[in-house]
Ligand binder design. Structure first.
Ligand code: GCO
Length: 445
């Protein structure tokens, strides 16, 4: 599809929501300002382990530039903005004393969004666990359920008068499967993995109950990364590894949260951590499923590793983004259909985007036609999924801004807006203008 052409959105609901997404650690900076405590990603970055020794200390300086960023969202014409609260900014030790300046930042951000006519979608946890809680075992400690419920009480009580859309977690499967690399700890045992998975599911259920009690009319969900896991070869061992990873990547959280049971494949390993009544504590009624999707995952068997898998080679000829992620809009369409059929809940696509190494041209413009082609193809695929009955209610691009891309630091750019990290100036890319035109056209239908 030529970059300038807009995909069809004819099968999307008239009240479909167009948005953009970010997360606290990836854009805020000000990691040591106004009483914020350290998170596990601050500590990990201070060890120099992240590419180019990058850290989240400054990031996009959103903490000071949030008004400018809300103005960018208004220019885009988005109806909603998904952000996350940095737990250690409001509870520096993760529990106990509250940091008022931290709460005031989110008050200001939420008020600025509402004044701009943009709906705040608040995610409670996007990976920046307070280090003080990690030191007590983090998600491997069942106490984390209480810590998270208390944190949720603080947030729901403070912001529930203005925020009505809450996500408990961002991508619980991803931070459980891969966060073991944080701090380069030796891969922890599979038993610890299943312990953490279960406690995060319990924390989700506890948070849903808190929000239901504190915020009348709240709309609550959890944001999952759903991506098909395919064997990298025809070897049976790779097929087994792909099936195993797919279970943990896609179903280890939505199954207990929405169906009250773990997938069969993981029950022998997780059951030892399940106490009487736990599954009912986890399976609390939610209003929607958040769906993050980028690409299918190719898997190979890796004996003597946690869960026995590794990422496999992509088959030759598979189109890839500059950062090596397969481009497959049909996989996105099929994933939307599968999730709809499996859970029957409204779906909001809360992350979809294109990672690249964008650079300004000699005129200073950032022309990202490949990102436009990617987004057009994926929006078209989403429209097809809706045509076949998937109840899709929103699409949020990842991301508003170039930002801190975890282990890759600032080397990879996902933004509709280019961030010059030296000056912190923002420059809308051509995809920014394209997305603005898409939203305008879709909303005029
Ligand atoms: C994720 C996270 C985001 C990433 C984005 C690009 O899915 O990993 O939610 O924080 O930055 O997906 O990798």
């Amino acid at each position: 599809m030529p970059a300038s052409e807009l995909p069809s959105t004819a099968n999307l609901r008239p009240d479909f929501i167009w948005g953009v997404s970010t997360s606290s650690f990836q854009i805020e900076g000000a990691t040591r300002e106004d009483g914020r405590g350290p998170s596990i990603w601050d500590v990990y970055g201070q060890k120099g382990e992240i590419k180019n020794h990058d850290t989240g200390d400054v990031a996009c300086d959103h903490y000071h530039r949030y008004r400018e960023d809300v103005a960018l969202m208004k220019l885009l014409g988005v109806q909603a903005y998904r952000f996350s609260v940095a737990w250690p900014r409001v509870l520096p030790q993760g529990r106990g004393s509250v940091n008022e300046p931290g709460l005031l930042f989110y008050d200001r951000l939420i008020d600025e969004l509402l004044a701009a006519g943009i709906e705040p979608w608040l995610c409670l946890y996007h990976w920046d666990l307070p280090q003080a809680l990690e030191d007590l075992g983090g998600w491997m400690n069942r106490e984390a359920v209480t810590w998270f419920a208390d944190y949720t009480t603080l947030i729901a009580t403070r912001f529930g008068d203005r925020v009505k859309h809450f996500a408990t977690f961002n991508e619980p499967s991803i931070f459980n499967l891969f966060s073991r690399s944080i701090g380069k700890r030796d891969p922890t045992s599979e038993d610890n993995l299943h312990r953490a998975i279960h406690h995060v599911n319990l924390a989700h259920g506890a948070a849903v109950d808190v929000i239901r009690e504190k915020v009348p009319g709240a709309s609550i969900g959890c944001i999952h990364n759903f991506q098909p896991c395919w064997p990298a070869s025809v070897d049976e061992a790779d097929a087994v590894a792909a099936e195993r990873l797919g279970t943990y990547w896609n179903w280890a959280f939505p199954d207990p949260q929405c169906r009250g049971e773990y997938p069969f494949l993981m029950r022998p390993a997780v059951d030892p951590h399940v106490q009487p009544g736990d599954m009912a504590r986890i399976c609390r009624p939610v209003d929607w499923l958040g769906l993050n999707h980028y690409s299918p995952v190719y898997v190979r068997a890796q004996p003597n590793s946690m869960l026995g898998f590794a990422f496999g080679e992509k088959p030759t000829g598979v189109p890839l983004t500059p950062i090596g992620w397969p481009i497959n809009p049909e996989a996105f369409r099929d994933t939307l259909r599968t999730v709809h059929e499996k859970y029957g809940l409204p779906i909001y696509v809360l992350e979809n985007g294109y990672g690249s190494y964008d650079k300004p041209d000699e005129t200073g413009a950032v022309i990202d036609s490949e990102r436009i082609e990617f987004l057009a193809a994926y929006v078209g695929a989403m429209n097809s999924a809706a045509a076949s009955g998937a109840d899709i209610r929103g699409y949020f691009v990842w991301s508003l801004l170039d930002n801190f891309e975890w282990e890759s630091g600032y080397s990879i750019r996902f933004g509709l807006t280019y961030v010059d990290y030296a000056s912190l100036r923002r420059f809308p890319k051509t995809s920014f203008h394209w997305y603005r035109d898409l939203i305008k056209a879709a909303r005029q239908r």
